[in-house]
Design a protein around this ligand. Sequence first.
Ligand code: NI
Length: 253
Amino acid sequence: MIIDTHAHYDDEQFDPDRNELLKSMEAGGIGLIVDAGSTVASWGKIVKLTEEYPFMYGAIGVHPDEVGSLDDEQFARMPDLLDLDKIIAVGEIGLDYYWDKEKHDIQKKWFIRQLELAREKNMPVIIHSREAAADTFEIMKEHAAGMKAVIHCYSYSAEMAREYVKMGYYIGVGGVVTFKNAKKLKQVVEEIPLETIVLETDCPYLAPVPYRGKRNCSLYLPYVAEQIAEIKGTTVENVIQQTEKNSRELYCL
Ligand code: NI
């Protein structure tokens, strides 16, 4: 089965047809979806989705662009949410110096606090990192050694990917790998073992070709798997099987 390791079906872009769309997943070969937390407001929606659909699991966390809305009171809600059966990771958390919405020291503080919470709970983490390669790597080395993690929507060099792989982390690959100009990511996929790659959509964002620019959904993951298979010189079936195994190891499913 195909596992989507990172989606945002809580997003309002899915409000018009969420139920219809999610009901079509199993027939489309999508066996399991992990909905990643982005804002404090997303948490309740994610828990509800995991209760409504057997194939949906969730992660609870706050995205670096949104940590301005996080405070001690909200943070104190996280442990109980993380104890729920179908909440299986802390995320998405990290650093984003591209949009640069929050001060770097504030981003770092909440990134580290959420990493430490994941360590206490013995849970994997979903890492968002954009234009913040060095700081993310430093913090991961210091605060996430030995933990399970996925570097989601990976956008850095092949060298850095190899470093993360050495640390036992997984690399999240989505629609971007199908873009013609995505030379760097294609090179990453070529150089790291298939055993370290997981599939993701980040939907509603980053739809693969031929849907680039449209609303993304997990049903388009076969296009991502096909591209990875082509780069790796293997079959789509093998990519789907191996990434399913990787995703289960990552999230202890
Ligand atoms: Ni995301």
